[in-house]
Write a protein that binds this ligand. Structure first.
Ligand code: URA
Length: 477
């Protein structure tokens, strides 16, 4: 139980939390304090990382017991969500801010909807900074491999701004389940042995190894994916602030890559690549530009283009291959037979398709005429790569946290390389903006299968969608 110590003033209380991210401890204490009608300005909150101990008086006193039938405090769901994020912030005033909001919520239950309120704005900002730090850790942790008596261990050093290490651990467990790894940080460390996650004390950079073949791999990967035509130094620095660079092997290449970008771009153009210029800044602008896009042979057939559709700030984005005959005629993605199958499976998994932004790797229909029919043809790798410009643009505006690729063409459109769906399904990839990419088969593939083969593949498809649904609900909380 959280101990309460009295301050100099007889009616002021100090709450010592067990850890800087101790949401449960804060919640239990806050509940009792609200029930005992203790206003925010009579409480000092403290945790081992928050150094407010000198504010406390000697002597101990427990919190006054709340009246026997004191009602439970009221807390809206969005308040709880904000509180869970904001408590991870390193600002020592976070505990009192969250308590003040809880206190005020008792009289004004819809307070969180008031976006002009200064406390609401403050918690929103803290939560945003925490989310950004979580995202940075997921994107920028880099492992070095070391040999231990019982095998290899991957060790990473990371310096988070906030108390996010513990709450981020589950992500790394899921992503690197089969590896033995340690993530060392000045705020504490996490160790995974394939089965058990253990917490360790804060570490220093000297505790982490430097330099090994994992770095060489990252460097090679980064150099080959670096696209000079997309170089925007300002945007890159914003996403990847310089202070992270020192822990990321591939960033030693950045000055060199920037310096060589113009030359590489010139080579790309000479080799038949195109200067893609600026992308429209809105989805409507992009839809307009895609309509007249003639950068590849499919666009040149003059068929209707099909832009993505759905909410503009969804957690989930679904990417197919290209519009089919029905989609092309009606100008909407996934409304033909493959779309029906997809919708049914999404619904079984607990995802309404309207929750997701749905789009395709290629925006025009590629077909071969056969009498009155138009038979679907697969886009080539080059056509997918050319259309990637548009898919990247949609992702940059929509910023989904999870992307589901249906089939190998969609996966290529997202990763820029050939993908074996059977090998890469079930384990999420991390895209360069920190979103998770999940890969599964395309529903048209299922429609082409018969009998037992179809039942088996549909089951695997259903399993993949259930995994994605679980992640969507986790990240929507
Ligand atoms: N198949 C796709 O990949 N996308 C659609 O929109 C329809 C069918």
């Amino acid at each position: 139980m959280t101990p309460f110590r009295a301050m100099h003033s007889a009616e002021a209380f100090c709450v010592s939390l067990a850890a800087p991210d101790d949401f449960e401890g804060w919640r239990d204490a806050a509940r009792r304090l609200i029930q005992a009608d203790v206003p925010p300005d009579r409480i000092v909150w403290d945790s081992p990382a928050d150094h407010s101990a000198d504010l406390f008086a000697q002597g101990e006193r427990r919190l006054p017991a709340p009246p026997a039938h004191a009602p439970q405090p009221r807390a809206s769901r969005d308040f709880v969500q904000y509180a869970k994020s904001a408590i991870l912030h390193s600002d020592s005033k976070r505990f009192s801010l969250i308590y003040r909001l809880l206190w005020r919520l008792q009289a004004k239950p819809r307070l969180m909807e008031d976006k002009a309120d200064s406390d609401v704005r403050s918690i929103d900002e803290l939560a945003r900074q925490v989310r950004r730090d979580i995202h940075k850790m997921r994107a920028f942790v880099r492992f070095r491999v070391i040999e231990e008596a019982d095998g290899e261990r991957y060790v990473a050093w990371f310096e988070p701004d906030h108390h996010i290490v513990r709450s981020n651990a589950a992500f790394f467990v899921r992503r690197f389940t089969t590896m033995r790894w340690s993530i060392l940080t000045p705020r504490g460390s996490m160790h995974w042995d394939g089965e058990i996650l253990q917490e360790g004390p804060p570490a220093t950079r000297a505790d982490a190894p430097a330099g090994d073949p994992v770095e060489a791999l990252w460097r090679k990967y980064y150099a080959s994916t670096f696209n000079p035509a997309r170089l925007k130094v300002g945007a890159m620095l914003k996403e990847m602030p310089r202070r992270y660079w020192k822990n990321m092997p591939e960033t030693s290449l950045i000055p060199e890559l920037i310096a060589g970008a113009q030359a590489r771009e010139a080579r790309m153009v000479a080799a038949g690549g195109q200067d893609l210029g600026e992308r429209p800044a809105t989805l409507a602008g992009m839809a307009e530009a895609i309509r007249s896009c003639r950068r590849c042979a499919i666009g040149c057939t003059g068929t209707n283009s099909v832009m993505g559709e759905g909410p503009q700030t969804p957690v989930l984005m679904i990417v197919g291959e290209q519009p089919g005959d029905t989609e092309e005629q009606q100008g909407r993605p996934f409304i033909g037979p493959a779309g029906q199958l997809l919708r049914a499976h999404l619904q079984d998994a607990g995802i309404a398709i309207e929750q997701a932004y749905v789009t395709n790797a290629v925006k025009h229909f590629k077909f071969a005429p056969r009498g009155k029919q138009r038979l679907h043809q697969n886009p080539t790798a080059k056509e997918i790569d050319v259309c990637r410009w548009w898919l990247d643009g949609e992702r940059a505006l929509i910023r989904p946290r999870i992307v589901l690729a249906l089939g190998a063409s969609a996966a290529r459109g997202l990763l820029g390389r050939t993908v074996s769906v059977q090998k890469e399904r079930g384990i999420p990839n991390l895209l360069e903006d920190g979103s998770e990419l999940w890969i599964t088969t395309h529903p048209s593939y299922l429609l082409r299968l018969q009998d037992h083969g179809r039942a088996e593949e549909e089951q695997k498809f259903a399993n993949d969608l259930h995994r994605v649904a679980a992640r969507v609900s986790e990240l929507s909380r």
